[in-house]
Design a protein around this ligand. Structure first.
Ligand code: GLC
Length: 492
């Protein structure tokens, strides 16, 4: 599942162009070509050369050079420092209060709640010596009225689901600890409390300003007579870091490439400004970067295209989480659709696909077929998206595959910029990066691209990119067990 990349070996043919940065990001010179060119996707190859040229020119904003990515990286590092110091920044850099990684002694029976992506789940997990020995899970659908209605309704629904679940397990009379994976930006006050900062992805509930989400869940559980205590409140990236660290002790970064995108890492506690709890004995702490909001203050406007502006305008939460809209599975299909529509409006494509007609899973399919050298499935899906009357042929399928490749390449590069910056910052002999999420799992070449780009952007550091399953479930139980261990070691 994991691929080790020794970037110092220059496996990807490193070199430095005159434009390449001199700030330590760039790779050493190498006879295998130009550093900057390593980032460029292949050209569009269709019979009509003139049309190909015009399309490339119209979509050139989606192509980022190595020099531009270095600039993004510099801005990321600056925003990261500012966020940690609680200065104005588009990066939240939230203290999660999680001070340790799993050490193989985690024990106990835990409930876990996973809210954030496409599914809401309730899980019962049992850990013995750090290993998962039992996992019961039930999925619940959260309809649009709940996702967009009053927050209180949503939390009552969550508590109803927990009640249904513990009843079905025959455990509704038992005393249980719960880990709440709430995958939205939070202002955390402790390991078990925090307020929502803003909704992201498909949620936009009202009345949640200043509300402690763990406290609200706790109230709703108690109102149902359940003896369940919310022990930890965490983000899915933290859960992924924990799940990854359980498999490989070198893991220090957790990443989600799913409906949304985000990362967390272990930071030195002394570099974190925001503390609302005693931390004299805390050496490291997990920080939730919230890179989905990177650039919301305008600092990344130099990579924004008119296509991105259109995606943003059509989104549920416009002018918010702009970086996530370049990477997240909720948006990549729409970026593809808006790109084809932009070509269609200037006569370079014979149709303007309507909103919602192309999804990220289609983009993955186009990429898959591109990798295998075919076009017929792409054409079939495209025809359905554009309508039977659209006059489409193999050339349109190849153009669509090319656009999907540009968008995938950009998403991989931007995620890699953040990951490479964290790897350089942690500066370890080997850094494990645990990754979870539907885009990472389903896109045919995202992990290959990321291995390549991280190596280019952190050339002097070894890293391992590894898939980590179910951070939001297993990671939540591990975090709850760690919280119990830390509390036992530090009685107040
Ligand atoms: C969004 C949320 C973030 C979460 C990510 C992945 O960016 O704000 O908290 O980690 O989605 O689910």
């Amino acid at each position: 599942m994991s691929t080790a990349v020794d970037s110092a070996l220059g496996r990807v043919g490193l070199g430095r162009s005159p434009d390449a940065p001199l700030n330590g990001h760039a790779a050493p010179d190498h006879e295998n070509g130009n550093w900057d060119e390593q980032f460029l996707p292949p050209p569009l190859r269709i019979d009509d050369y003139n049309r190909a040229q015009k399309i490339e020119s119209r979509l050139s904003g989606l192509v980022l050079s190595g020099a531009t990515l270095s600039r993004v990286s510099d801005v990321f590092e600056r925003e990261l420092e500012r966020g940690l110091k609680e200065e104005s920044s588009s990066l939240q850099m939230e203290n999660t209060y999680v001070p340790e990684l799993p050490n193989g002694t985690e024990e106990g029976l835990f409930l876990a709640l996973d809210l954030g992506g496409t599914n809401f789940r309730v899980l019962l997990l049992e850990l013995r010596a750090g290993q998962l020995v039992r996992e019961d899970v039930k999925h619940y659908h959260i309809n649009q009225a709940l996702r967009l209605g009053p927050g209180e309704d949503l939390f009552n629904f969550l508590a109803d689901c927990v009640q249904d679940f513990v009843r079905s397990e025959g455990m509704d009379k038992e005393s249980l600890s719960l880990g709440f994976t709430f995958s939205f930006p939070m202002r955390q006050h402790s390991i078990s409390s925090g307020e929502l900062i803003t909704w992201t992805k498909s949620f936009k509930c009202s009345g949640m300003n200043g509300v402690d989400v763990a406290g609200l869940l706790q109230q709703c559980l108690h109102a149902r007579g359940l003896d369940i205590t919310v022990r930890v409140l965490l983000n899915d990236t933290t859960g992924t870091l924990m799940a990854g660290a359980q498999i490989d002790p070198n893991v220090g970064i957790g990443v989600i490439l799913g409906t949304g995108s985000n990362g967390c890492y272990m930071e030195r506690a002394s570099r974190v400004q925001h503390w609302e709890a005693a931390h004299a004995r805390v050496h490291d702490v997990c920080v939730d970067v919230e890179w989905g909001a990177f650039g919301d203050n305008g600092c990344l406007d130099f990579i924004r295209t008119d296509i991105d502006r259109e995606v943003d305008q059509h989104s549920l939460l416009a002018a918010s989480f702009t970086f996530e809209k370049y990477i997240g599975g909720k948006y990549l299909g729409e970026v593809l659709r808006c790109s084809l529509a932009a070509l269609g409006r200037v006569g370079l494509f014979p149709a303007v696909p309507p909103p919602g007609s192309l999804l990220t899973e289609h983009l993955s399919l186009f990429e898959e077929e591109n990798c295998s050298g075919g076009w017929s499935r792409t054409l079939f899906v495209l025809q359905q998206a554009c309508g039977e009357e659209a006059r489409l042929g193999p050339e349109e399928a190849l153009i669509t595959q090319h656009v999907a490749q540009l968008i995938s390449n950009r998403a991989a590069q931007l995620a890699s910029v953040c990951i490479a910056a964290l790897i350089r910052r942690m500066d370890r002999p080997l850094t494990g990066v645990a990754v979870d999420g539907s885009v990472y799992k389903c896109h045919p070449r995202i992990s290959t691209l990321m291995n390549k780009y991280i190596a280019l952007l952190a050339p002097n550091h070894k890293f391992t990119l590894m898939g980590a399953e179910d951070g939001s479930g297993k990671g939540s139980a591990l975090t709850a067990a760690i919280a119990a261990r830390v509390a036992a070691n530090n009685p107040s």
